[in-house]
Design a protein around this ligand. Structure first.
Ligand code: SF4
Length: 227
């Protein structure tokens, strides 16, 4: 990499300050809690395009009847980082893409601050591929039907790190019922892949005071995926 101009440094600092405020950041220590890897499911195709084709008309749970669009996921099929939300919301259901609208735009800014984007080294998806009515939390039976799709996506992508966005995604993936603050700051494992839990971007829109904590998490995330 060539020399970095002072203009580029200033732009970067201005961008991160706008996003996260004045706090400076220290990396966190990893604490492990593991579950083993899940073998590739040979009933599913070995690439994401054909996997989408196989499952996009799924009706394995009742959400298949109420959705507008199936929301598979977007991004780099060879990503180091997979971001996972709980389920599509209203805008995602209409557009067929995860994390759109204001929360999605904020997520894009956060990714830009760690020199990533949804086209570059990042894949974004949800635990559920269809929207629960009125954005209620996923039901256990919906997760049970849909989670094998997520596991297969992750097995195909083989990221260095999974980031669960928000408490519901974190507790669903970790199969625990804990508040977000007790899941943040530790390195967990999801079927053998390291996993971190951080704030959902929609929560940051509601409470900007959480942005500095989120930036700490993303500094840590960057240190893992850059290693
Ligand atoms: S939520 Fe998942 S399991 Fe349920 S219909 Fe949609 S794709 Fe199928």
């Amino acid at each position: 990499m060539g020399p970095v101009s002072s203009d580029a440094v200033n732009r970067y600092l201005k961008q991160t300050r706008e996003l996260f405020g004045d706090e400076l950041f220290l990396e966190k220590k990893a604490v492990s809690s593991t579950t083993g890897p899940t073998p590739i499911n040979s009933d599913y195709p070995s690439d994401l395009v054909n996997f989408y084709e196989q499952i996009h008309q799924c009706h394995n749970c009742a959400l298949g009847n109420s959705r507008t669009q199936f929301v598979f996921g977007v991004g780099d099929p060879n990503a180091s980082l997979v971001l996972v939300g709980e389920a599509p919301g209203e805008q995602e259901d209409l557009k067929g893409e995860p994390f759109v609208g204001r929360a999605g735009q904020l997520l894009d800014k956060i990714l830009a601050a760690i020199d990533r984007s949804r086209q570059k080294d990042v894949y974004i998806c949800n635990v559920l591929k269809c929207r629960p009515p009125n954005n209620r939390d996923p039901l256990a039976e919906e997760v049970s039907e849909c989670e094998p799709y997520l596991i297969h996506q992750i097995n195909l992508i083989q990221p260095k790190l999974i980031v669960a966005l928000g408490r519901v995604a974190g507790k669903t993936l970790l199969n625990v019922d804990k508040p977000l603050k007790s899941m943040r700051g530790s390195l967990h494992y999801y079927h053998g892949t390291p996993l971190i839990v951080t704030y959902h971007p929609a929560a940051l829109l509601r409470n900007p005071n959480w942005k500095p904590e989120t930036w700490k998490d993303f500094k840590w995330i960057r240190s893992i995926i850059d290693a």
